[in-house]
Design a protein around this ligand. Sequence first.
Ligand code: NAD
Length: 499
Amino acid sequence: MTVYAPPGQPGSLISYRDRYDHWIGGEFVAPASGRYFENPSPVTGRTFTEVGRGDADDIERALDAAHGASRAWGRTTATERAVILNKIADRMEQNLEMLAAAEAWENGKPVRETLAFDIPLAIDHFRYFAGAIRAQEGSISEIDGDTIAYHFHEPLGVVAQIIPWNFPILMATWKLAPALAAGNAVVLKPAEQTPASILLLMELIADLLPAGVVNVVNGFGVEAGKPLASSPRVRKVAFTGETTTGRLIMQYASQNIIPVTLELGGKSPNIFFEDVVREKDGFYDKALEGFAMFALNQGEVCTCPSRALIQESIYDEFLEAVKLRTESMRQGDPLDTETQVGAQASNDQLEKILSYLDIGRAEGARVVTGGHRAELSGDLSGGYYVTPTIFEGKNSMRVFQEEIFGPVVAVTSFSDYEDAISIANDTLYGLGAGVWSREAAIQYRAGRDIEAGRVWTNCYHAYPAAAAFGGYKGSGVGRENHKMMLDHYQQTKNLLVSY
Ligand code: NAD
């Protein structure tokens, strides 16, 4: 067991600046307005740094820097860019513990996850896209005896990236790695709740990238995000966040006729068929862990399995087992490697979740376990903690239909296969889903019948770089990860040559 020291305490690996400006042209640049906002740690609720409050003027300065760097960067070879991406990955790996502890401090997530999952996965994305860009090929078509069509991949130019607060470094990496591999320059706006760990990363890799290739403007959605997403100087907007914000991003981008990638919300079903309990073996244990995934990252995951569908014939028995499993989760200091459930990322998010606990009760959902704020002691008493909660009710209830984004799962029963699929698909969203069955026919059919971009079968919450990720329906447009992502950051140049 290790407990990482908070910033400012002896032996702490976490060293945030007292104040962060924007990262523009390879250096910190103060906001044009001179205004800053406070950034509290969810672990204690106390402010640990302040951050420059960006606006349209700052976005213009960042776009100037990106346009200044874009042409030379776009003309580097794939191999040159791959070498740089691999160096970024190496640098992050050398600083894994520091990045993991810093991310846990700013976001409230358990350091055991940032050590084992967030940061290693971020590193792997840089390596994956370094490999993918080197392996990418153009094509040649012989039109007739004298005419040849050559097809080249070219970068888009300067792209905008806007990300949320639930996986700050990982979300930045999912967007930066393919965009840079493809030869684009970037202006990125982090979420206002979690800008600092991304700025820490910028400083860490500053000497590896040409100045201006990546620029970070901090600030709020309408003040900084909107001028970035609406700018006629960007060639694409890649956005991750709420479905309501995604609609606005699409409107802004439509004015400039540019493509968008939208990774939006979810209300993912996790379906447990009756054969799960046939034996109390390793498969059964794995299914219990699959259910418990609703509390991973305190439920602040777009693919959170926030609806659990359990077959009627095993309902009481399985619900009792998952209740016990949920009550065994260790909640506490995010900087302690034994902690499994940490703090919600912000006070606003804490209050939103608590309001949904009231909404659930008011609409008649039964609280099976949890259902309240977790009161922790000492320095943690001001932090934003919620007890992992199971609701039981009907799929028409708001707690089954609306994204809560907390450690809250809504459970209901189904009679047979068709009923399960009908409930699973009865949602605005279509991001993720889980299927738990020992029967190959059920696994395959359910995987195809569920309307979601990612269906985990007998597993959950794995995000390998080589697997395409994205939403059906209200969960988004486009895909991330997988080498197909390169297509989203490139355009095709055709040379038609008559010899
Ligand atoms: P959000 O939409 O409130 O904010 C996301 C980002 O958009 C922030 O940087 C914010 O400042 C910015 N923004 C807000 N309004 C804007 C506007 N009008 N113009 C431009 N930018 C604007 O989302 P959030 O609360 O930060 O994140 C949680 C949401 O993200 C959840 O819905 C979750 O499901 C979703 N999410 C999706 C994925 C995915 O891959 N599908 C991954 C992680 C999170």
